[in-house]
Design a protein around this ligand. Sequence first.
Ligand code: SGN
Ligand code: CA
Length: 510
Amino acid sequence: MIDRCHFLASLGAASIQPGPSKRPNIVFVFSDDHAYQAISAYSGGRLNHTPNIDRIARQGMRFDQCLVTNSICGPSRAVILTGKYSHLNGFIDNSTSRFDGAQQTFPKLLRAAGYQTAIFGKWHLVTEPTGFDAWEILPGQGNYYNPDFITPAGRKRREGYCTGVITDLSLDWLQNGRDPSKPFMLMCQHKAPHRNWMPAPDKLYLYDGVTFPEPDTLFDNYEHRASPAHKQLMEIGKDMTLASDLKIHPPLGPNDKAPVAEYNRMTEAQRRMWDAAYRPRNEAFFKANPQGRELTRWKYQRYMQDYLRCIASVDDSVGRLQRYLDATGQAENTIFIYCSDQGFYLGEHGWFDKRWIYEESIRTPLIVHWPGLTRPGSTNKDLVSNVDLAETFLDAAGVPIPGDMQGRSLKPILSGQTPPDWRKSFYYHYYEFPGPHSVARHCGVRTGRYTLAHYYQSDEWELFDRQKDPRELRSVYADPAYAPVVKELKAEMARLRAELKVPGTDPRKM
Ligand code: SGN
Ligand code: CA
């Protein structure tokens, strides 16, 4: 059966399908800041269980080396839409960029080829979406409770919890909003589990009493690394805020007012449930009054509880979409993808957030079930990327891939056949400095074994040998034994920069 599927798949979608209605549908569930460490298909359940996301992995392929080109929200989304690096699609950072919606994107190409296209949820590209038959997006980062949406008909506030509301909009479009004679491509894009990690009313007590294992680098001192690792502002201990991030604000008494805008958006009933959950915990916190390392440990635990509660709702969303496709007989003709805009720190190196070329940041979860193509339960360690998704989707639909896209279709890999000339090195570039969390601009190259980073504003370099140092704790850039590796990787970086048309100077003002 598998062989026959591979054979049919190798003929290409257009030649094996009798008509356009048989072209596969695509459901792309995309979350914001979902660390692979918090998906049980990746972690084995060390922190949490995500049964519905795991089902995609059981049926399809889990990618263990999916790397983002620029580890931050808007840029990742622009890369996915265009199949081009930030310096070519023009959206290089969250603070200064606006997406040019007139440019070529994969949804536009799918739509022109007869697909129905829709996006619901977080967009974060400043300008309005183009190339979609239907869309409703959160303004900017959006809100967890009773979020506003920008829609083609103006702004609307929708009561409920963000993850559920975005799933409702997606299901409603699948059921009632689209032309059923056409194949569809749906992007269901969650705000969760983005900072400040506010759980849904039905998850407020999940993980109560659970103590999560601490990463062994929670108290990293950043020795043996260049200055940017010392200067960042993303430490749980000193940068995570008690009020907003950790919900340690009052109300402890009847007249206390919460300083958090999100809290003020809640309905009376929501606020009552929220307070009932957090008030006794906060009272216990004030009573215990942890300090120093104990405070960091306490913060880590509350961070994990709230972050993982948000993820539990995302997993529910995946399950609802899966059940709908199953119940309507569409699952067998629908490619189902789960992905996040980048990786995220869950206390490793003492951090939250992302932005770095380092592992927990550059690696994003990617799990794909392509019925008839992916071998159930398969895993892959090739260097794949968010820049490959546009071409993969076009390939799935039998749409010609434009020559100016910079990734490569994952279809052969998904069929179990990695092309012999698949990339062995990957170019990375982060631009948002100055900016939130103060991570210096850097570019670099990552291979299966090494990570070379250049903080070009201060002209500092790092090299990590991840085979010997998987936690990236000691740069061996200055170690003479690694001089040949440094030379080779610098040459590789120059080659990649030329191939990818990276301009000599940073497009952001220095
Ligand atoms: C906000 C967050 C940051 C986060 C950025 C970008 N601060 O500024 O912690 O790094 O978004 O995130 S917050 O206090 O407003 O939550 S991204 O995922 O959109 O790139
Ligand atoms: Ca993000």
